[in-house]
Design a protein around this ligand. Structure first.
Ligand SMILES: [Zn+2]
Length: 326
């Protein structure tokens, strides 16, 4: 594997303890493999608590490289630390093999869902991550933030977009959306139901301001064009340093209208195999058929997200979304 060996990343991949000089720099605790808590000296309960996770899917390497470089810069004193930072490399074994997951998609196993897939290797890791973020946020009395960083195989009309976990019907504050735009986010999906994702877990159980961020194309280690990730990298570094976040004009917002559920093997998705996320669906066009059931696009403003006709029957084969005001 071609890895520009970062201390934090190399240690996580090899399951070796991270060698850190504790003299003078931030306080540093390795809570689990690939999980590092960094605190400025003099941090107190009201110091902002920031979880940055990457590599929950093992084939999504660019965010891992970005996070590892930030951690290494903090440890080397090249980047000031103004928050309590929990850096999480989600799935080191899958990162090692370059696979999205080994047995089961880990980002469907949070909120305790891991108990229902106890044989999957991801189950133990999801439980471990729930425990460490719980411990990390338990003592936080100031702002709590969680950015869960991903990339996607499929192209997207909006290259970089955020998913806001379900907030019980509430809308996120406009300033939060402006901060996402400042990180290079071009569109926002407001989730309309609970999910077993890492970001919903920290939002729901720890009252964190949490996002799943889809930041572009998934590529192997060493093949990422990190210039395409400059805006999120710069925003993460501002937040880690405790500086004010950059804010930009609020991006277009969307919400799920309904899920395309694959009820049987007769399910047919009438979209190109390489259809991009956020592709607009022509009014009246048949999106999918499943035996007697037909899904027809309504008003010309609907778009498709995460189409995947290859899932097992009973699972979601795509989401039909529509625009909402921020
Ligand atoms: Zn992902």
């Amino acid at each position: 594997m071609d890895v520009s060996a970062s201390g934090f990343l190399a240690a996580a991949l090899s399951a070796a303890p991270l060698a850190v000089s504790q003299r003078g720099g931030p306080l540093c605790h390795e809570l689990a493999r690939g999980v590092l808590e960094l605190s400025p000296r003099g941090a107190h309960a009201a110091t902002p608590a920031f979880v940055v996770s990457a590599g929950v899917h093992g084939n999504e390497t660019a965010p891992v490289e970005i996070l590892a470089a930030i951690v290494d810069d903090v440890l080397a004193g090249r980047l000031p630390l103004g928050v309590r930072l929990l850096a999480v490399l989600g799935h080191p074994d899958a990162l090692q093999s370059g696979e999205r997951y080994l047995d089961y998609d880990m980002n469907r196993l949070f909120c305790g869902r891991h108990a229902s897939q106890a044989d999957a290797r991801e189950a133990a890791r999801a439980a471990e991550l729930e425990a460490v973020v719980g411990e990390f946020f338990d003592t936080a009395r100031g702002p709590r933030l969680h950015y869960d960083l991903h990339t996607a195989i499929r192209g997207s009309v909006y290259e970089r977009f955020a998913i806001v976990p379900y907030l019980g019907g509430e809308r996120p504050a406009r300033q939060r959306l402006a901060t996402l735009a400042g990180a290079g986010i071009e569109a926002v999906l407001l989730h309309s139901a609970p999910a077993a994702t890492f970001s919903y877990h920290t939002s729901h159980h720890h009252a964190a301001e949490s996002y799943t961020l889809e930041l572009g194309k998934a590529r192997a280690f060493g093949q990422n064009d990190l210039a395409r990730f400059a805006a999120i990298d710069a925003q993460l570094r501002r937040l880690v340093a405790g500086e004010d976040a950059r804010e930009c004009e609020i991006p277009p917002c969307f919400a799920a209208k309904y899920d395309l559920i694959k009820q049987s093997e007769a399910f047919r998705l009438h979209l190109a195999a390489d259809v991009e996320n956020f592709t607009r669906l022509a009014a009246g066009s048949v999106i999918a058929e499943d035996g007697e059931t037909r899904y027809v696009a309504a008003d010309g403003d609907e778009r498709i997200l995460f189409p995947n006709p290859g899932v097992k029957p009973g699972l979601r084969a795509g989401i039909v979304i529509g625009p909402v005001s921020a």
